[in-house]
Ligand binder design. Structure first.
Ligand code: MG
Length: 393
């Protein structure tokens, strides 16, 4: 095998109309980086690739910010065209690559590409003299139907020889330019580079890629991509912790977990002083990164005087839900010397579950004494701790 130049061209001139966004979808944040940054880093991580060109449209106002985080071997060319074929063609022309250089054309919307699958593609294409190029693809595993405009199935298409084309697609720069020009001249719609090369009558190989190399196309796809990338910031789970304490005083009812418990004293506070629900509420706020209970229900506001803490918890669960977060489970510990909590524990647990909008099986309540130590041990007050796990899918 003679030494060859291996380059990459990332197509990023699209506008992401299908995602319904105000900017092109390649600038969606997937955790710590934009999708485009992930994609460029992925293709640049292939050691044999020595030059990565990212083609964007001339009007792209966001690329400079993203490009500050590109690896050194990547550069931006603002020569994107009206169609994908034009974008690739312009990019190849502007990159200054020789006609025999190999070009890996890759979608900006495929951020989960692995270097190993690209290496596999390169080996398969460069090791096969009978082909002009090759593409990463997946054998069709679903049964395929053809339907009419009323969505009635017309036929089941045999899937045996069907492949789903992905990217990168690997061709020599010269052949690719020629193929794209010919396809454009013929008015053919080019949805991938291989189809243009096929029109020239040249052999193109399909090389099995990984199903993780998905194309972020529809809303919600970016979450799946985030999971595949394993980026902690897009993992759809969050944990929150809460703590609270209140003094015990005469002449107040004792409300714990939204349940009134017979006792000679009650907890003192601006609201009903339900120490357990306050800890759980702060844990929910913590998981959803929404601050704390004092910020949402300030004690200085007379509106919350004597407030039912159950209502506050419900409001906070609703707020978290608006941000997409739902409770997975909750675990709380109440620290109090007296009264005995065990006789009321099941009722409290059921109530906390109801307020959180979950089944009681995912709520756990524990009660401990403080072994007569410190103020809680001397019955001056009670403390509660809670953790809540939330998810977004
Ligand atoms: Mg409190």
């Amino acid at each position: 095998m003679t030494s060859v130049r291996m380059t990459a061209l990332v197509c990023a001139a699209g506008v992401g109309a299908r995602m319904g966004l105000d900017r092109a979808k390649q600038y969606l944040r997937l955790g710590s980086r934009t999708m485009l940054e992930h994609t460029v880093h992925a293709i640049a991580s292939v050691e044999r690739v020595d030059d990565v060109v990212v083609v964007v449209s001339a009007e792209d106002a966001y690329v400079d910010e993203a490009a500050a985080h590109f690896p050194a071997k990547a550069r931006v060319l603002k020569v994107g065209g009206a169609t994908r074929a034009e974008t690739v063609q312009n990019g190849i022309a502007a990159a200054g690559w020789p006609a025999d250089a190999w070009v890996l054309v890759h979608d900006a919307a495929r951020p989960c590409l692995r270097a190993a699958e690209v290496d596999h593609l390169i080996d398969e294409v460069l090791g096969d003299d009978a082909v002009a190029g090759g593409i990463l693809a997946l054998p069709m595993t679903d049964t395929v139907k053809r339907a009419d405009e009323r969505r009635r199935i017309l036929e089941t298409v045999p899937r045996k020889d069907l492949w789903r084309a992905a990217t990168p697609q690997l061709f020599r720069a010269g052949i690719l330019s020629e193929a794209l020009s010919a396809a454009q001249a013929a008015g053919a719609e080019v949805t991938d580079e291989a189809s243009a090369v096929e029109h020239l009558g040249l052999a193109v190989k399909v090389v099995s890629g990984r199903p993780t190399n998905l194309k972020v196309t529809h809303p919600g796809d970016e979450r799946i991509a985030g999971l595949i990338l394993g980026d902690a910031a897009v993992m759809p789970i969050r944990v929150g912790q809460g703590y609270d304490s209140h003094r015990l005083v005469e002449g107040r009812p004792l409300i714990l977990g939204g349940i009134e418990i017979p006792f000679e004293k009650g907890l003192d506070g601006h609201s009903d002083a339900d120490v357990l629900l306050h800890a759980v509420t702060d844990a929910v706020l913590g998981a959803a990164a929404l601050g704390d209970i004092g910020r949402h229900f300030p004690p200085s506001d007379p509106k919350w005087k004597g407030a039912d803490s159950g209502k506050l918890l419900e409001a906070v669960v609703r707020l978290a839900k608006e941000k997409g977060w739902s409770v997975v489970n909750a675990d709380a510990t109440l620290v109090c010397e007296r009264p005995k909590i065990a006789p009321h524990a099941e009722k409290m647990r059921g109530n906390v579950a109801r307020l959180l909008g979950v089944s009681p099986e995912v709520v756990n309540l524990k009660a401990k004494t403080n072994e007569k130590m410190d103020d809680v041990g001397r019955e001056a007050g009670m403390m509660a701790h809670a953790v809540v796990l939330m998810c977004r899918m």
